[in-house]
Design a binder for this molecule. Structure first.
Ligand code: PLP
Length: 488
């Protein structure tokens, strides 16, 4: 194809290539179990396989897809494999995929209402729907001062609320008090908060990481928080931000929102609740109690892209006071001015996030909610939790292993019990087990450290996972454990 004849968006070519690509992806899902779950390539593998520079002349789609098969797929870790149990899930689904496709199809950049009214309005509506499914307090709905917004990730959600909270308190106490502002969270809080503090200019010595241990199943202790706040006040510091987690990254611990929230409120602090993973489970009445106390929160976030069948990325954030975000993040350059924004009766999501540009991500969530419906989504979550419980029982039935934290949602934390007198308390033993199972390519799990113990994490949540996969995964773990223990 000569330059002058390039038709980059020809609808007939899109139809033809698009069908081929959908077939390619559908075949990928059909054969996904045949690939090693965790990619087994070595760093730099791809440079040896691809040319040094981009082609001068066009190549065929078939050639590119052949390269995907032969060169790219070996370097892919298959997060959608039914044998994937690492970190937390990152769900895809047909509905999420279709929404993603449609979003790519429109390819709008919806930073202000006027740049695509449907993008803003659908986002507002869909996040109200989801807030109602979670039974969030009405203050988080768009009908009042609050509302929801889709961010790329939970990290961005935490950053924007931290910035809003920082600026809110600085407006009150004066801009030169930044060095006095204190942030609180447990040591189980995701590192996204630390990064947000770094970006927001919070003084590192004012980031209070409160220890949570097995006595509270790794939940933050309200008395510890209270004590830390009192100490800081008496040192002339200004406590202003608390982050609690529902479903911590290491062990899915749940911080006690009601008590923590009351302390935050009494001290006029912003209270953010990060439910990136476990928030999805709270659409089930029997798990909703994990966010009891959410009425005390100033903001609440969950990742629809983790365990809610919405393809990455789609991290949902609700705030009670949208003005706090806007006051921190709004800019109004001449080249973006428009009648609707100036009349002040539309939402401009550019003022609720870090970047200007934003994709039409609500289409994905809308598709998921409409094509599946609440009841199917609830059964989806329940099934994973049931499978995790079955896995836990398998672990408990083998005397060589122990479960090291309660299974609250679909995550099981466990380890091989070290021999008495083991020098590193089972660190190497479990590290080697992790390495062996992941190198086998049969399953992929991850790890953490809890109370100094090297712990294996088995997170059920990939959309294709069934009971047979969980049982097979357990067999892989048992067999590798037998090999390791015999070699010891
Ligand atoms: N918060 C929690 C509790 C998480 O488990 C994670 C990731 O697993 C994050 C935040 C970070 O999520 P993201 O990648 O969307 O920033």
């Amino acid at each position: 194809m000569e330059n002058s004849t390039l038709k980059p968006m020809d609808s007939e070519q899109l139809r033809e290539y698009g069908h081929q690509m959908v077939d390619f992806i559908a075949d990928y899902y059909k054969t996904i179990e045949s690939f090693p779950v965790r990619s087994q390539v070595k760093p730099g593998y791809l440079r040896e396989l691809l040319p040094d520079s981009a082609p001068k002349h066009p190549e065929s789609l078939q050639d590119v897809l052949n390269d995907v098969r032969q060169k790219i797929i070996p370097g892919v870790t298959h997060w959608q494999s039914p044998d994937y149990f690492a970190y937390y899930p990152s769900n895809s689904s047909t509905a999420g995929f279709l929404g993603e496709m449609l979003s790519a199809g429109f390819n709008i950049v919806g930073f202000s209402w006027v740049t695509s009214p449907a993008a803003t309005e659908l986002e507002v509506i869909v996040l109200d729907w989801l807030a109602k499914m979670l039974k969030l307090p009405n203050e988080f709905l768009s009908s009042g001062q609050g509302g929801g917004v889709i961010q790329g990730t939970a990290s961005e959600a935490i950053l924007v609320v931290l910035l809003a909270a920082r600026d809110k308190v600085l407006r009150k106490v004066g801009r030169n008090s930044l060095e006095k502002l204190v942030v609180y969270a447990s040591d189980q809080t995701h590192a996204a908060l630390q990064k947000a503090c770094q970006i927001a200019g919070i003084y590192p010595e004012n980031f209070r990481v409160l220890k949570a241990d097995s006595n509270t199943n790794y939940a933050l202790i309200p008395d510890k928080l209270q004590e830390a706040i009192m100490n800081d006040f008496s040192s002339g510091l200004i406590p202003f931000f608390l982050c609690a987690t529902v479903g911590t990254t290491s062990s899915a611990a749940v911080d006690p929102l009601s008590e923590l929230g009351k302390i935050a409120k009494a001290n006029d602090m912003w209270f953010h609740v990060d439910a990136a993973y476990a928030g999805s489970a709270c659409i089930c009445p029997e798990y909703r109690h994990h966010i009891d106390g959410i009425e005390e929160a100033t903001s609440f976030g969950m990742n629809a892209h983790k365990w809610f069948l919405t393809n990455f990325d789609c991290s949902v954030l609700w705030v009670k006071d949208q003005n706090a975000l806007i006051q921190s993040l709004s800019t109004n350059p001449e080249y973006l001015k428009n009648k609707a924004s100036q009349e002040n009766n539309v939402v401009d999501f550019k003022d609720w996030q870090i970047p200007l540009g934003r994709r039409f991500r609500s289409l994905k969530l809308w598709m998921v909610l409409r094509l599946y419906g609440l009841e199917n989504l609830q059964s989806y979550i329940r099934n994973h939790i049931k499978l995790a419980e079955q896995f836990k029982e398998l672990v408990c039935s083998d005397h060589r292993f122990e479960v090291v934290a309660p299974r609250t949602f679909s995550l099981v934390c466990f380890r091989l019990i070290p021999r008495e007198g083991d020098q590193d308390n089972g660190y190497n033993l479990n590290y080697n087990l992790l390495d062996a199972v992941n190198s086998s390519g049969k399953i992929f799990i991850s790890h953490t450290v809890l109370s100094g113990k090297f712990v294996l994490r088995f997170a059920v949540g990939a959309p294709l996972t069934e009971e047979s996969h969980v049982k097979a995964a357990w067999k892989v773990l048992q067999d590798q454990a037998t090999i390791l223990l015999t070699d010891q």
